[in-house]
Design a binder for this molecule. Structure first.
Ligand code: ADP
Ligand code: MG
Length: 634
């Protein structure tokens, strides 16, 4: 092909691309063959774009008569692999931008993930895919001839050996679309073998909705899987299809084939993946369901099809009721899309509930991985809140460690006199069991849900009740246990002996006032506890919105310390030996320094038990003074 020298340009890759290429070229990655899949998927994307243009702007496409197809040619003598499509192609600017910088989110995640300890390039390439750049795993040189769909665009040639720079120049007449030519490395001759390539296509790209030919033979079956009956679809086919639509490499843990004719015509095939990278702090997942109308892709990764909390779901929804020319903008306010979304959301929730009934262990694994999304749904989707809440799973004081219960099962176990569902948040089971909040409830045989995540408080706060029972945090100041009144009025036989030992009501009240005085602004209020059994003190929370869990989260952002406690209530246990001893001490000596230190240390301990951050230096000084006093080392 001819070229004019003035139009030839050598340009540097973006720094990140060079870094990525280095890794891709030098890693001993074994599944180099995924480059075939990546290039086919790019060709297919480009063809989908033309199909859309044909629907929306059909007078503005170059070479409109070209069939939409992908052709692969290999030459084992020249040792080349070549893939052509009749897709949208690229203008010069687009080629420079798309092939010289990292636009592909998978590649970005890939580079970021490599920064994490212990992660290996060869494990990660498979997981993220590195798109176009995967060609450099097998290439000495990659050449891209491309001609954009815009009738005025000039054809161009892009080429690179992967070493830091690439070249672009204008080329002579070339039909719409893109041809990627790879001069294979000597070691990669197998990709110049037609049979090898056919096998790979059947494995990776069987579901590409455009004909793919190798030489003269068409290799893939173009019929969309979701139009087949459930019994016609094999397991392998399902997994392959999932990998194709999700651009993933794992196995789906669930799949749902959902077809309906009313209120809307829907053919859909949806998947729950195996892993959730968001869980490990990766960027927010993008929606993963593509919307089709009569087998034509309307929008991939359609955001309006499902609520955000179902963004982990992958798959395909085909509805012939949608207008073919619906655009991203009109999607948002289309009543049909809203209806579709309602139907799909309800069906997915019901589906997950069925799966939970069918196999609780497997569902448990699902919830471990994707529970954060269900929680997000409970907190954000008012319409489906109650149904979503049935999908929640938590450990509780009645489960074994690591086992979980649903809120429904919890309610079934509730004794008659129990009015509310109790929960407590803490970093883990040990911390919760060691804390002071369970004892009052356990005394009464009431089960307590364990919440280990910051969001749980928020979720329960939004949910407010389940099955008509209020959800109450076990550390709320106003716990209202059913026999509180009884305890105050008549002292039953059991409590009599305890109360013999306890400080009497007045002494306890005086002590509480003294402790508040000693602690000053450090704590909101000090009260005599009715709930505590074994613990000397507990910090409880009078604010039902700013729960302790929320305070804990806020404290992590603002490592100040004491602030949240200033609005909390310190309960003291009038039956506890330490409390009685503090009372005795402060009576003996009006400005007893030791009793005050003890009160401060008790507050600090209560803070730790509540999972709040305590200033370690002050805490150490305090316990040192207490030790000195206890050991007579002053
Ligand atoms: P991704 O496909 O995820 O966007 P890639 O690295 O595979 O990432 O491709 C980068 C970009 O290059 C694509 O988004 C597209 O704009 C462009 N591109 C790659 N191959 C083709 C092609 N065959 N036809 C048109 N554009 C292409
Ligand atoms: Mg791609």
């Amino acid at each position: 092909m001819s070229e004019t020298n003035t139009s030839k340009q050598t340009m540097q890759f973006e720094a990140e691309v060079s870094q990525l290429l280095n890794i891709v070229i030098n890693s001993l990655y074994t599944d180099r063959e995924i480059f075939v899949r990546e290039l086919i998927s790019n060709a297919s994307d480009a063809l989908e774009k033309v199909r859309r243009l044909q629907l929306t702007d059909k007078d503005n496409i170059a070479d409109p008569e070209l069939p939409l197809e992908i052709r692969i040619r290999v030459d084992d003598k020249a040792n080349t692999f070549e893939i052509s499509d009749t897709g949208v192609g690229m203008t010069r600017d687009e080629a420079v931008r798309n092939l010289g910088t990292i636009a592909h989110s998978g590649s970005r995640e890939f580079i970021r993930a490599l920064g994490e300890d212990g992660l290996d390039a060869k494990d990660l390439i498979g997981q993220f895919g590195v798109g176009f750049y995967s060609a450099f795993m097998v290439a000495k040189k990659v050449t891209v001839h491309t001609r954009a769909a815009d009738p005025d665009a000039s054809p161009i040639v892009w080429s690179s050996t992967g070493a830091g720079s690439f070249e672009v120049r204008e080329s002579e007449r070339f039909p719409r679309g893109t041809t990627v030519t790879i001069d294979l490395k000597e070691s990669e001759q197998r990709f110049a073998d037609a049979d090898e390539i056919k096998t790979l296509i059947k494995r990776f790209s069987n579901f590409v909705p455009f004909p793919i030919s190798v030489g003269d033979e068409q290799v893939n079956t173009v019929k969309p899987l979701w139009t087949k009956g459930a019994s016609e679809i094999g397991d392998d086919e399902l997994t392959e299809f999932y990998r194709f639509v999700a651009n993933a490499h794992d196995e789906p843990i669930y799949h749902l084939q959902f077809n309906a004719d009313a209120p809307l015509a829907i053919r859909s095939l949806l998947f729950v993946p195996e892993s959730n990278l968001e869980q490990f702090g990766f960027a927010r997942m993008e929606h993963g369901v593509s919307l089709y109308c009569r087998h034509v892709l309307i929008q991939s990764q359609a955001e309006d099809l499902l609520p955000d909390y179902f963004r982990f779901v992958r798959g395909v929804v085909d509805s012939e009721d949608l207008p073919l020319n619906i655009s991203r903008e009109t999607m948002q306010d289309s009543a049909l899309v809203a209806k579709l979304r309602r139907v799909l959301t309800k069906r997915l929730i019901k589906f997950l509930a069925e799966k939970a009934d069918e196999d609780a262990d497997r569902y448990g694994e699902f919830f471990d991985t994707f529970g954060m999304f269900i929680k997000e749904g409970v907190a954000s989707d008012f319409d489906h809140r109650n149904e979503l809440a049935k999908l929640l799973r938590y450990e509780s004081s009645a489960t074994k460690p690591g086992e979980t219960t649903s809120l429904g099962q919890y309610v079934e176990r509730m004794p008659d006199e129990q009015q509310a569902i109790y929960y407590i948040s803490g970093p883990n089971r040990d911390a919760i069991e060691a804390g002071p909040y369970l004892e009052a409830l356990q005394e009464r045989g009431f089960e307590v849900i364990h919440c280990f995540e910051g969001v749980d408080d928020f979720v329960f706060n939004n949910l407010r009740e389940f099955d008509g029972k209020p959800l109450v945090s076990a550390d709320s100041a106003d716990l209202k246990l059913p026999d509180d009144d009884k305890k105050e009025g008549e002292s039953g036989e059991q409590t009599e002996q305890e109360e013999d030992e306890a400080l009497d009501e007045r002494a306890a009240g005086d002590l509480a006032a003294w402790v508040k005085n000693a602690l000053g602004e450090e704590v909101g209020e000090v009260k005599v506890s009715k709930r505590l059994v074994r613990s000397p003190t507990a910090l409880v929370n009078p604010d039902e919105f700013m729960t302790t869990g929320m305070k804990r989260v806020m404290q992590q952002f603002d490592r100040g310390g004491a602030m949240p406690v200033a609005q909390m209530v310190l309960e003291i246990n009038p039956r506890h030996a330490i409390i009685k001893r503090v009372d005795a001490l402060r009576r003996q000596d009006k400005d007893s320094g030791l009793a005050k230190e003890a009160a401060r240390l008790l507050l600090a301990n209560a803070q730790i038990a509540a999972g709040l951050i305590v200033d370690p230096k002050a805490l150490m000084e305090r316990s040192t003074r207490i030790l000195e006093a206890a050991l007579g080392a002053e």
